[in-house]
Design a protein around this ligand. Sequence first.
Ligand code: 5GP
Length: 188
Amino acid sequence: MNTKSKLIVLCGPSGGGKSTIVKFLLENIKDLTLSISATTRKIRESEVDGEHYHFVSQEEFLEKIKAGEFLEYEEVYPGRFYGTLKKHIDDLLENSNVIFDIDVAGALNIKKIYDSQAITIFIAPPSMEILKERLHARGSETSEDFKVRLEKAEIELSYAKNFEQIIVNDDLDTACLKAKDIVQKFLK
Ligand code: 5GP
């Protein structure tokens, strides 16, 4: 394991602006690479296999669990698994710092494994009401998924206090700059 490279773990409810912030950090901080997770959820129209996720079947995912290939994995939503592959992270860490967009349980597991080599950052919406509006505006979910994601958001928010840094995203540009500042200081 390359102990010089660092891990940046971003977390927070769906619709909270996390992916925009991750994209901003990737574009504005050098030597930073995104961890691509494996998932069993269905691919969205806007997504590319291997770029956003490695989309796999439930059988393949379960095989990988059995083979011990995951650094961490969670059933983030009922019947939908997401996981970080050990080999993928070892390979990335050889040459780069790595940024993760994963759920709270996964984030805290990564922190437990990598300790001071990792930083955990929680992106919180200003309120549940605003989160609901943002998720609605995104329009990528069915009404059942929407409900599931809101329930998950409430649980995730209750874990925010366990994170080393919390950024309240009331303005996306400001949140991006705050995240950049935190990450740059951590990488120094
Ligand atoms: P989405 O379906 O919107 O892409 O992601 C759903 C949730 O799964 C997000 O909160 C995302 O951060 C989380 N997630 C994505 N990949 C992983 C992973 O590898 N491990 C864990 N624990 N959570 C993940």
